[in-house]
Every structure is written in structure tokens, then in C-alpha cells.
Write a protein that binds this ligand. Structure first.
Ligand code: SF4
Length: 375
């Protein structure tokens, strides 16, 4: 079949769910904060008919995740990437300047956003600041997640001088929760440094968009509310997300309850890909631990461009497998990341914008600073 390359990155089929429907068994419920309440029916997103039939592929991924390193200094209880897990069969390492430049230039040339981390802690790379400087010089739209433990005052002083992307700090709740989850992070130190960074970011005119996040591992609705009320006045975003196991199966007691009749077809293979530190190109973060044992390495950027790999046979065969829902022999089988394809209408209350899908709820402080992310 002739494949049409389309420019419109987010060209997906968005279906508004009604009361009588094939997707949900009952109305959705919000239990994020104290007092559960019914939610309106969401819309569900999945690949278009042309995409499912193999005839339409975006010209380039809308965003790519770059594995700055898969090394981390913590041993978080829920992390599927940490040291010592039998299923993590890939080597550990750090991305070279050569691979990084190649990837970022191609991303810039094709208008893609870049997530500057994948399964490790990006600040473990000794050249991370220089890499961010390079991305900034290119004019790329970038963001990254950090556990905050290495985000020192010196790092804050340096990054506010040039960076214009977004940073999300994994805080997870109060001191008790963070220290129970993010072993051996020290809450007081991380928060002291984060507050210092917020101060210097303010002094520099708020060049960096800042978010804090919570992984739902049993915090009560009251604890989540306290977290939201503590942080939202100080940052742009507070995000709360569910947690999955190594297969992608959700292990959280969900904050947004969706009783599913039917799973949508995953949109990820038409939207994004991941670049491992050694240049291997893989489909998504569920495959990152075992990509070397699952035929899920579609090529390497040392030998080909991302675009060639994106449109190559290996990637197309993977899309075909997903489109035809032949999951049995793949890690897509038990994956439930598609909960994020159920989108609720955004709500604005008291200058806070609430955006929700079946996996994440994000509160945006509309009064705070300038925003670089999701504008
Ligand atoms: S179903 Fe899950 S494992 Fe498969 S491509 Fe989508 S996100 Fe990745």
C-alpha cells in the first residue's frame, strides 16, 4: 500500500463517548481529592482508519524521548528500571555528544519536542547542562523530569541563565511519602534546593516552566489535596499520575475510575519513539528495559536518520501488529497506558486549569509565570 506521510502530528480519531457506548461500563468517577464525584463522559482517541490500515504515517514523531542515561542514583520502590531487576536486560550507559547532536538537530529540523530523559536520572550525566545548552541554542522545545536530589543550588544558578524549557520534579507528597518511595532521597534537602531554584527562577523573570509530580502509590485524597495546595501556588503545574508495573499494567488504585469495556488501539507508535543512549530506536518506555530481547529495536541513529527508521519496515510492522491488535507475543498485551487516551474536557476553576485523562490529572496555575510547555 502507498503510505501517505502527513504533517499533522496529532491526527487521531477522537470519539466522544455517550451514555450508551462500547467503551465504558459506567460513568467515570473522580477520586483524586476528598469527596468522590461523577465526571462527564470523556472522548477516546485512537489511530485513524487510514493509520490502522497502514496508509498514513506522520512525517516525523511529534515528540521523542532521549535517554541521556539509564543510570540512576535512587532505588524507587515502584521503578521498573532500577538496578537489580531481572527483566532489565539492556546495558547501562551515557549518551555521547555525537549521538545527542545528531538526534537534536533532526528533531529541530522536523519540529519535534524532545523529552530529555527516559528511564534514568538525567542529572547523572556529567554533561547534562551542556546538552541542555546545546538544545537551547538550537531553539528546541525541551523538557525533562528529575528526582531533584542532584539539583543543587549551583545547578539552579547555572540553568536559569540559559534554559527556557520545562522541568518536572518528582516529589510524590509529604516527607514521609517521598522518603518511603524514593530511597534514599532526603525530602528536606530536595525541597530546600527546589525552593531555592523557584526563587532564582523568579528573579530571572521565570524563564523555566516548573512542575511537581506525584505517583499514585497509596496517598490518601487528603494527602493529595495537601500536596496540591502546598505546591500549586509556587509552580506552573502539579501533576498526579497512576503507576504501572514492568508490563505497563496499572498498579495504582486509580484516582480517575474508568470501568472499561474495550481498550482503544494505542496511538503511541504514530506519535513518538525513544532513542536509547547508544542510538537504538525503540517504540516506548514499556520496551526500554528489554528492547534487546523483544525485536523492538527498529534501527540505530548511528547508521540511519530517525526519519528513515520511523518509516522503515521494522517500525511499520510494529504499527501493523498494534493496529491489528495482535498483542499476544508483545509487551503491548498487558499494557494499560492507553488509559491516557480517554480525555476529559479541561475545566478552569479559580484560575486553575484542570486537565485530566484516564492516567494523569494536571493542575495548571494560570497566574504563575510564563509557560513553555503544552502552549
Ligand atoms: S500498548 Fe503500551 S507497550 Fe504497546 S506501544 Fe502502546 S504504550 Fe507501548
Amino acid at each position: 500500500m502507498m503510505i501517505k506521510k502527513i504533517k499533522n502530528f496529532f491526527h487521531f480519531n477522537k470519539i466522544k463517548i455517550k451514555e450508551e457506548n462500547e467503551w465504558l461500563l459506567s460513568p467515570p468517577i473522580d477520586r483524586t481529592l476528598p469527596g468522590s464525584r461523577l465526571l462527564p463522559y470523556p472522548a477516546v482517541c485512537q489511530p485513524t482508519v487510514e493509520q490502522i490500515n497502514g496508509g498514513e504515517v506522520p512525517d516525523f514523531p511529534a515528540y521523542i524521548a532521549v535517554e541521556i542515561t539509564n543510570v540512576c542514583n535512587l532505588q524507587c520502590v515502584h521503578c521498573n528500571y532500577r538496578y537489580g531487576l531481572d527483566h532489565y536486560t539492556r546495558d547501562r550507559g551515557f549518551i555521547s555528544r555525537g549521538i545527542l547532536e545528531k538526534v537534536l538537530k533532526e528533531a529541530k529540523g522536523n519540529g519535534a519536542t524532545v523529552l530529555m530523559n527516559y528511564d534514568g536520572e538525567p542529572l547523572m550525566h556529567k554533561n547534562f547542562l551542556e546538552y541542555l545548552e546545546y538544545a537551547t541554542e538550537l531553539g528546541l522545545n525541551t523538557y525533562f523530569n528529575t528526582n531533584g536530589t542532584l539539583f543543587s543550588k549551583d545547578f539552579a544558578d547555572r540553568i536559569v541563565k540559559f534554559y527556557k524549557g520545562s522541568i518536572f520534579f518528582s516529589i510524590d507528597g509529604n516527607k514521609e511519602w517521598m522518603e518511603k518511595i524514593r530511597i534514599p532521597a532526603k525530602y528536606d534537602k530536595v525541597v530546600e534546593n527546589l525552593n531555592y531554584f523557584l526563587k532564582v527562577n523568579e528573579e530571572h523573570g521565570w524563564p523555566i516552566t516548573v512542575g511537581v509530580s506525584l505517583c499514585n502509590l497509596g496517598q490518601t485524597p487528603h494527602e493529595r489535596k495537601a500536596f496540591l495546595y502546598e505546591w500549586l501556588p509556587k509552580v506552573n503545574y502539579v501533576s498526579m499520575g497512576e503507576v504501572n508495573d514492568k508490563f505497563g499494567t496499572m498498579i495504582s488504585d486509580p484516582m480517575t475510575v474508568l470501568k472499561i469495556k474495550k481498550r482503544p488501539i494505542c496511538v503511541v507508535p504514530w506519535q513518538t519513539c525513544g532513542i536509547c543512549f547508544n542510538g537504538d530506536v525503540i517504540p516506548c518506555s514499556i520496551y526500554v528495559t528489554r528492547a534487546n530481547t523483544t525485536n523492538a529495536i527498529f534501527g540505530n541513529v548511528n547508521n540511519q536518520s530517525i526519519k528513515e527508521i520511523w518509516h522503515g519496515d521494522a517500525f511499520q510492522n510494529f504499527r501493523k501488529m498494534v493496529a491489528e491488535e495482535r498483542y499476544e507475543k508483545s509487551y503491548c498485551d498487558k499494557c494499560q497506558r492507553w488509559f491516557s487516551q480517554f480525555y476529559f474536557p479541561a475545566v478552569i476553576e479559580n484560575e486553575v486549569k484542570i486537565e485530566r485523562n484516564g492516567y494523569w490529572t494536571t493542575y495548571q496555575n494560570l497566574k504563575k509565570g510564563r509557560l513553555n510547555f503544552r502552549e
